[in-house]
Design a protein around this ligand. Structure first.
Ligand SMILES: Nc1ncnc2c1ncn2[C@@H]1O[C@H](COP(=O)(O)OP(=O)(O)OP(=O)(O)O)[C@@H](O)[C@H]1O
Ligand SMILES: C=C(C)CCOP(=O)(O)O
Length: 246
């Protein structure tokens, strides 16, 4: 079983609020549809926010740790993410991928230490019935903090653990994690050796950019790959393009 994240930076124009990158989303949907035709592996998709969600969260001062008790602020962030989710679902459905939504705001929560609790029974039943569940970064209730952001990367990690994923892929706007000479780093096994080159996102991003991504993926049992859109098809066909985090 594969857990795949479509980075918000790939499927949107991240520096222009609420702007889809329609071409990139179509290319991603084409690659997914092509492997669904031939493949039998279960697939769970998570997408990030890009220019949907991060701008709204930033305007309301909401991050993964700073919450809000203002329901309209939470709905503003959630609404941007469900709008993007509709675009993603539609492009997949147009290609006969049986994609169905799972909205984390209604399914997950954090405890007072910020630990994510994401029940996955519904995702497992969807998979067993042949659907492709599509989750997304969102706001979720957070004990003692109101509602905070949950990143697509956190959801990927939690799903990979709970569903014992065989493969985890993060399709981003870069061909992998880059070193200080902009070459793709093949393999990352610990945070400290790459900490100096890991930055945040160049665009508005409340969830930590590449540094947050690597940190989240390092704790996983399954190896994870970070790669660019040009390598999505090869990842889905079983290769390990870009950077492997294990
Ligand atoms: N060493 C690095 N190698 C590659 N990218 C890096 C590095 N340091 C910082 N970055 C930044 O991280 C970005 C990718 O992180 P980002 O969180 O934007 O990705 P995403 O998951 O695709 O998007 P989103 O968080 O919106 O879902 C790159 O576009 C780049 O600007
Ligand atoms: C900002 C929100 C609501 C979602 C963030 O998800 P990410 O783009 O995966 O970090």
């Amino acid at each position: 079983m594969i857990v795949l994240k479509l980075g918000g930076s790939v499927i949107t124009e991240k520096d222009r609020p609420e702007t889809l990158d329609g071409d990139a989303l179509e290319r991603a949907a084409d690659a997914i549809a092509a492997t669904r035709e031939s493949g039998t592996e279960d697939l769970v998709i998570v997408h990030g926010g890009g220019s949907f969600g991060h701008h709204n969260a930033s305007e309301h001062g909401v991050t993964t740790t700073e919450g809000t008790h203002d329901a309209s602020a939470a709905l503003d962030i959630h609404g941007a993410m469900t709008t993007l989710n509709q675009f993603v679902l539609r492009r997949l459905l147009e290609r006969d991928v049986e994609a169905v939504p799972v909205h984390p705001f209604s399914a997950a929560a954090r405890d007072s230490k910020g630990e994510l609790d994401l029940p996955t029974g519904q995702v497992e039943t969807m998979l067993a019935e042949g659907f492709v569940p599509v989750l997304h970064g969102d706001v979720i209730a957070h004990a003692g903090a109101g509602a905070t952001v949950v990143s697509g990367d956190e959801l990927v990690a939690e799903l990979a653990r709970a569903l014992s994923a065989d493969r985890v892929g993060l399709c981003s706007t870069v061909p992998g994690v880059l070193d200080d000479g902009d070459a793709v780093i093949d393999r990352i096994a610990d945070f400290e050796t790459v900490a100096d080159v890991l930055g945040t996102s160049e665009a508005t991003d409340v969830t930590g950019g590449m540094a947050g991504k690597v940190r989240t993926l390092l704790g996983l049992e399954a190896a994870a790959s970070i790669f660019g859109l040009e390598s999505l098809a090869s990842f889905l066909e079983g290769e390990n393009p870009g950077t492997t985090i294990d």
